[in-house]
Design a protein around this ligand. Structure first.
Ligand SMILES: [Zn+2]
Length: 114
């Protein structure tokens, strides 16, 4: 399992995002209206704009199906297809969900997963 830490936005002072159409398209961001791209800073966060950290994960479960593929020396493409079929979510996609939820910044996720 892979994991990265990103800074969590302060709830009290975050401001709505100005994310480019290009990034929304490229990264398949689903709810640009809910995103934030900065915090103004306030007394809750010591005027930093951030409060704590947030972990983003990448989970890949080794199921019996996966083991069969590995043992039979399946191609990377077949392994990736099986992973997606099992609900595997790449770390960047997980991070972008957190961005969509307004918990962290797109730049944070891109820096951590790029
Ligand atoms: Zn704040």
């Amino acid at each position: 399992m892979a994991q990265r830490l990103v800074r969590r936005l302060c709830d009290q002072c975050k401001v709505p995002a100005q994310i480019s159409e290009e990034q929304i398209r490229q990264l398949e961001i689903r709810t640009p209206g809910g995103m934030y791209d900065a915090s103004a800073g306030c007394e809750h966060c010591g005027f930093t704009g951030y409060r704590g950290r947030l972990a983003i994960y990448e989970l890949c479960m080794i199921t019996p199906e996966m083991t069969d593929l590995i043992v039979s020396r399946a191609s990377a493409r077949d392994l990736a297809a099986q992973a997606v079929a099992q609900g595997f979510e790449p770390m960047q996609r997980y991070g972008i969900r957190k961005v969509e939820d307004g918990e962290t910044l797109l730049d944070e996720v891109l820096a951590a997963t790029g």
